[in-house]
Design a protein around this ligand. Structure first.
Ligand code: SF4
Ligand code: SF4
Length: 396
């Protein structure tokens, strides 16, 4: 039997997130400043992004400033700004500046296509935690085919070079789908050459209006196995079922991060699109503390899962409750996508056992989440794990 793959101990930052989860402390938040975007990515989960003009119903500058201050007061340390395309809001700079004045670590999720040299210089002065650039391939035709905008690849590559030259930490994010499966690895090599982190993510979620087009671009089962057969990924899973404690939280939902949409709705994570409150009607702290739905979501445990807690593939699975809800209308049921990925991981791993997450030195032992998050947006860990970071990016 091959030697067990090495499992890295949690970083200090991951430990901070672990303890924050236990204390239900919102250490990380993500603000969608707009849903508008000038690209038209085929896998995008937004359904209302096809307009560039300003929207009067978006949070105003004053509302965004108030929100940043409320998040800071609630204990937020890491604040991400996403869209849509964040740089379509000219007042973003005012908001970023205030966040930095408060000492928040800020990150921006962007295509980079609107970043002129002048704006990069301005951004460098704010010393962001990092900029996450969406890049789909080294091949311009493949990238522009996905964004459905000619020239977008060139502009994002330019942004990558400009940001690095300005000393701004960059992360390359790449959703992997049928259209770029044969070329995405070039990005991994580019990232290694440049010394920047790279996150490849297989999870494509339905649109927020329920349309399934993005999910139709998911990889085939054979491609998912090929993805996880890469030697550096075999550590993602365990042959031995790692069954959760019945009282372990189902995931990070509502425990340490949240997302606030452009119209003020607050979400328990980046993927579950059922608002738990709205900051136009109620202060953030009151929503985080008192929302009945958020309290219920935060309290869900592995014992509430209808099928998964006894699943033999549990050790390979990164089940996402929001995806299960989208797919089957059942938050606590299995997710067909997670089942496919877990089966592929098992097949790819060659049944190489790895130490269980529960045994990793340094994790909080009591109440550790049953699953590490799928890796999508707002809930994503600030120092993400290559290839396990997902769309919600639940970047937790
Ligand atoms: S994105 Fe999925 S796994 Fe992550 S917190 Fe939300 S529901 Fe849980
Ligand atoms: S989502 Fe599927 S693979 Fe994952 S634990 Fe549940 S039944 Fe098992």
């Amino acid at each position: 039997m091959p030697a067990p793959a090495a499992t890295a101990p949690p970083s200090p930052l991951q430990r901070v997130f672990g303890f924050a989860g236990l204390a239900a402390q919102p250490v990380r938040a993500m603000i969608e400043v707009t849903h508008r975007c000038h690209l038209s990515c085929s896998h995008c989960y937004l359904h209302d992004h096809h307009r560039w003009d300003s929207r009067p119903d978006e949070l105003s500058t004053a509302e965004l400033l108030s929100l940043v201050e409320q998040l800071h007061a609630a204990g937020c340390l890491f604040l991400s700004f996403t869209g849509g395309e964040v740089f379509l809001r000219p007042d973003l700079w005012t908001v970023l500046t205030r966040a930095r004045e408060l000492g928040l670590a800020i990150s921006l999720l962007t295509t980079g296509t609107l970043l002129s040299p002048r704006l990069v210089t301005r951004l460098a002065e704010l010393q962001p935690w990092r900029v996450e650039l969406s890049l789909y391939s080294l091949d311009p035709q493949v990238h522009d085919g996905i964004t459905q905008r000619a020239g977008s690849h060139r502009r994002t590559r330019l942004a990558l070079d400009r940001l690095r030259a300005a000393g701004i930490p960059v992360l390359i994010k790449c959703p992997v789908m049928a259209a770029n499966f044969e070329s995405y690895e070039g990005l991994r090599d580019l990232a290694a050459e440049l010394g920047v982190p790279f996150v490849a993510d297989l999870t494509l979620t339905p649109r927020h209006d329920g349309a399934l087009e993005p999910t139709q671009q998911r990889l085939s089962q054979e491609q998912i196995v090929r993805f996880y057969a890469r030697s550096e990924l075999r550590r993602f899973g365990t042959a031995a079922p790692e069954l959760p404690r019945a009282d372990a939280p189902i995931c990070a939902i509502g425990r340490r991060s949240c997302l606030i949409g452009p119209y003020g709705d607050v979400y328990a994570c980046g993927s579950l699109r059922t608002p738990v409150g709205n900051v136009r009607q109620q202060p953030f702290a009151s929503i985080w503390r008192d929302s009945p739905l958020l309290t219920r979501l935060r309290g869900l445990t592995a014992g509430d899962l209808t099928h998964c807690s006894g699943c033999e593939k549990f050790g390979y699975c990164n089940r996402c409750a929001a995806l299960a809800l989208d797919e089957h209308g059942e938050l606590l049921g299995p997710s067909a996508w997670a089942c496919r990925v877990a089966a592929a991981k098992e097949q790819a791993s060659g049944l190489v056992p790895t130490p269980s997450a529960a045994q990793r030195q340094g994790w909080p032992s009591a109440g550790t989440a049953a699953r590490e998050c799928c890796g999508g947006g707002a809930c994503a860990s600030a120092d993400s794990t290559p290839a396990e970071h997902h769309p919600c990016g639940c970047g937790d």
